[in-house]
Design a protein around this ligand. Structure first.
Ligand code: CP
Ligand code: NVA
Length: 312
């Protein structure tokens, strides 16, 4: 596998390798400090980012390389140069590309045209690097034995929901997405893909519109913002109303297992998708998740530039 364009492209063996390496980069950040010595990595973003940008730049630095951060409108791409021509130029100067943008198809096209690894740093449809950080954090908490545990996402059926379902499927987990029906439900094609992967991994994929049923006996309650980058502001009032039953409150946390944790990819809106008492409470692992954004992107860069991921 040359790139990480979509969560579904990862095999279980790839995830296991990445999580193991990430754990090493957590305790020894400079373990491979010459891996990208004298090399550059382009980080191209047409959407804002705090964590993914800082994690990516730090990861490159810890591998001995130099990150080149490029904002959306910096490139001739914005003036009509093709993705394919841009990919060829970037491939001539850099060792890898991390891209955050709107359309998944643009990231797929960049990956196809570039001769160097391309990593999806978030699209409207997916967020694979986030899920790697999430699963290192989950594994730190619960170990590798996840049978009988339920991993629940509540909220908007967005890029995070998609990645949550697909990664849960790869990991053989019982994953749940609790979202409103209709407009803000996850894409049917993604749910079908998660179920297809589950037939091989033994995972259970559950999609529901009932937040209390979903939270009952859960080991993880996960949420994300209700308004994602690029969502039309004109829909805000309607969307917030539809999503309000899915807010993670103390009441929902009380329905979960005794050792349950609260997770959020961040940025968060306290009092909207999650109560401040939950996100800032003792069950919250948000800072550990954010910490692992660097360790997992570092592991990805390390293994992808060495051609060590197999893909599905
Ligand atoms: N979780 C995440 O991707 O955060 P940023 O948008 O700040 O990169
Ligand atoms: N769903 C959010 C995730 C941010 C990390 C967005 O796309 O804006």
């Amino acid at each position: 596998m040359k790139d990480l364009l979509r969560t579904e492209h990862l095999s279980r063996a790839d995830v296991d390798l990445l999580l193991a390496t990430s754990a090493e980069f957590a305790s020894k950040p400079l373990r491979s400090e010459t891996a990208l010595h004298n090399k550059t990595v382009a980080i191209y973003m047409t959407k804002p980012s705090t964590r993914t940008r800082l994690a990516s730049e730090s990861a490159v630095a810890h591998l001995g390389g130099t990150p080149i951060f490029i904002r959306g409108d910096d490139l001739q791409l914005g003036r009509g140069e093709t993705i394919s021509d841009t990919a060829k130029i970037m491939s001539g100067f850099c060792e890898a590309i991390i891209i955050r943008t709107f359309k998944q198809s643009d990231v797929d096209e960049l990956g196809a045209a570039a001769s160097i690894p391309v990593i999806n740093g978030l699209t409207d449809d997916d967020h694979p690097t986030q899920l790697l950080a999430d699963w290192v954090t989950i594994t730190e908490k619960f170990g590798n034995e996840i049978k009988g545990r339920k991993f629940v996402y509540l909220g908007d059926g967005n890029n995070m929901t998609h990645a949550w379902l697909i990664m849960g499927a790869i990991m053989g987990a019982h994953v749940v997405a609790a979202t409103p029906a209709g407009k803000w439900a996850p894409d049917a094609a993604v749910v079908a893909k998660a179920k297809e992967i589950a037939t091989q991994s033994g995972a259970t994929i559950e999609v529901t519109n009932d937040p209390e049923k979903a939270a009952q006996g859960a080991s993880v309650l996960y949420t994300d913002v209700w308004m994602s980058m690029g969502d039309p502001e004109s829909e805000r009032a309607e969307k917030v109303k539809a999503l309000s039953p899915f807010a993670i409150t103390d009441h929902l946390m009380k329905l979960t297992e005794k050792d349950s944790i609260f997770m959020h990819c961040l940025p968060a809106h306290r009092g909207e998708e999650v109560a401040a008492t939950v996100i800032d409470g003792p069950q919250s692992v948000i800072w550990r998740q954010a910490f692992h954004r660097r360790t997992t992107i570092q592991a990805l860069l390390y293994h992808l530039t060495r051609g060590e991921l197999k893909g599905r």
